[in-house]
Design a protein. Structure first.
Length: 208
């Protein structure tokens, strides 16, 4: 089994960083690769990429930024293609995912790669043979009915990875409320990391 862990927090003391570290420490019996979106060269998705596509078709020379973004997109898609299980470890920042994780999604969210349209114009997922795991942390509490509509982080990943790409979700661990309840922070984080440990250990029994 090939496991790709997409790490999307560059804060050494970040809770989702601790979730990533705990997961890696307890993972055995699989081939694992980390794709650290903060360590990779990942230019933002935009006109530079479309310019590069046009120049490739016309056999024109690429600029430095165009070459970089094509190489970055290819590296992200190659990593995703090789994985049987994809683990996303990320925080909620300003109600959504970090920009670098958004760039990874932008690189791989592509018709003909992660999805296609059928003859009736309906979306067809192309990654139904893969599975995924969510590991996420948020200092506030967003699991209540009142706050849940504001949460555009885990909901977004599940919508894209599960809904569009069609991967099957194996598990989800969310640590929340440690900033809202500082007197209980250590207890909240410890309990969450124990759940992360169990998820990592259980992955050995999964048939990809």
């Amino acid at each position: 089994m090939n496991v790709l862990v997409v790490k999307a927090n560059n804060r050494p003391d970040g809770v989702s960083t601790k979730m990533y570290e705990t997961f890696m420490e307890n993972l055995q019996g699989v081939d694992v690769t980390t794709f650290d979106v903060f360590a990779e060269d990942m230019p933002y998705f935009g006109q530079d990429l479309f310019n590069a596509f046009g120049k490739l078709q016309n056999g024109e020379e690429l600029s430095e930024i165009e070459s970089r973004i094509l190489a970055a997109k290819q590296k992200a898609t190659d990593a995703l293609s090789a994985a049987d299980v994809v683990v996303f470890a990320f925080p909620l920042w300003n109600l959504t995912i970090p920009a670098t994780l958004q760039t990874f999604i932008d690189y791989t969210y592509a018709a003909g790669y992660s999805f296609k349209y059928d003859e009736n114009g309906n979306l067809v997922s192309l990654m139904t043979d893969k599975k995924y795991i969510v590991l996420s942390a948020r200092g506030g509490i967003y699991s209540t009915p009142e706050a849940a509509p504001m949460e555009m982080c885990v909901n977004y990943i599940n919508t894209v990875i599960g809904g569009v790409y069609g991967m099957q979700k194996l598990d989800e661990v969310i640590i929340e409320g440690h900033n809202a309840a500082p007197d209980k922070a250590q207890e909240i984080i410890a309990a969450g990391l124990e759940n992360v440990k169990k998820v990592a250990q259980s992955l050995q029994t999964v048939t990809a």
